[in-house]
Design a protein around this ligand. Structure first.
Ligand code: 0CG
Ligand code: SF4
Length: 335
């Protein structure tokens, strides 16, 4: 009898992007909340999600962090922490009015863009801030100089941009944009304003660019790219777009392994896997396990950069903020 052999299945593999996951700014911000909880006990109020990740937020909530959207929601005499995405100066004023002690967990690379905005506004430039309208970071940066800043939300927005003086225009950007799309926007702006000045250094941060470069390197080979990250995480969403632009047949953003649809694996032999800058590695490990259970146990690392940046913790964590907050309230009562 002739022996029938089924065709051997093409070998299934995972291409795992490196770098992926936590950047230095996220690591610092999350540790800052944990330290504040340790130092002062719960609750610690955090204005806005400390980073845009569901799991991180839920984990910190369980430890006693309370996330609020408005400074006014924090009762006087408490500590409020500002998220990694940064805040406008008006938010610092709100905190002072509300007699709150503050810990600023704004990423130093976002602060750098704030400083550039202040400097160009002082020189009376019109600032074209490339970024996503309504994103927390863009709200914070534009709040530094609202009269000088116009938000440009991608290349399609360029046609409607108007400036006071074409010889005094500079572009700046949100830190977590698509590198390629931002260059398209800049090219279109340069066509319109030939004297456009560029920022002194890249505003899109190292973590954003490195994660995009890694996913680009694997995109063409992947039948499916899974990006771990939350739906409100700008840098994570960009990884899905970059994967598709690089040639991936499909790409999806998931918070957890449980959100992966089995149907996505139909006809797939190569899965690309990465995660946004606000995503803890444990969530990637869960996806790797989920994939291994379905025959994707062979993991190859696609490494395009080495990262070693670490930021020191916010300086306020070295002060006694509980006493400071109590004094603010006592001072308020005497008035
Ligand atoms: O990518 P965005 O700016 O939306 O933020 P996320 O919290 O996801 O990660 C980096 C930071 C801060
Ligand atoms: Fe800072 Fe970049 Fe991380 Fe944002 S993504 S927190 S700018 S290092």
């Amino acid at each position: 009898m002739e022996r029938m052999t089924a065709p051997a299945p093409a070998s299934r593999r995972v291409l795992l992007a490196a770098p992926r996951g936590y950047c230095a700014g996220v690591d610092r911000a999350v540790i800052a909340v944990e330290k504040a909880l340790e130092q002062y006990g719960a609750p610690v109020y955090v204005r806005h999600e400390i980073v845009h990740n569901k799991y991180v937020v839920q984990t910190l909530q369980k430890k006693g962090a309370i996330f609020v959207e408005k400074t006014e929601e924090v009762p006087p005499g408490n500590i409020v922490m500002f998220s990694a995405h940064g805040v406008a100066p008006v938010v610092h004023e709100e905190a002072a009015r509300g007699r709150l002690a503050t810990i600023d967990a704004t990423c130093p690379l976002v602060t750098k863009v704030h400083k550039e905005a202040i400097r160009y506004a002082n020189e009376d430039f019109d600032i074209l801030l490339i970024g996503h309208e309504g994103h927390e970071e863009v709200i914070g940066t534009s709040g530094e100089a609202p009269d000088h800043i116009t938000i440009v939300d991608g290349p399609d927005d360029v046609a409607k941009v108007e400036v006071r003086d074409e010889s005094k225009v500079v572009w700046l950007s949100q830190t977590t944009l698509s590198v390629d799309e931002t260059m398209e926007t800049v090219d279109a702006l340069k066509q319109k304003f030939p004297l456009l000045v560029s920022p002194p250094s890249d505003d899109i941060c190292y973590a954003t660019s490195n994660r995009q470069a890694a996913v680009k390197a694997m995109g063409a080979e992947a039948d499916l790219v899974v990006v771990v990250g939350s739906k409100n995480s700008s840098n994570s969403i960009r990884l899905v777009e970059v994967a598709l632009d690089a040639g991936a047949r499909a790409a999806h953003l998931v918070d957890f392994a449980s959100e992966i649809d089995e149907a996505w694996l139909e006809g797939v032999t190569t899965v690309g896997l990465t995660s946004g800058a606000s995503v803890p590695e444990v969530l990637v490990e869960e996806v790797l396990e989920w994939l291994a259970q379905r025959g994707f146990a062979d993991v190859e690392i696609v490494k395009t950069a080495e990262e070693s940046i670490v930021f020191s913790l916010p300086k306020e964590l070295r002060r006694d903020l509980r006493t400071e907050a109590a004094e603010l309230v006592a001072g308020g009562a005497e008035e």
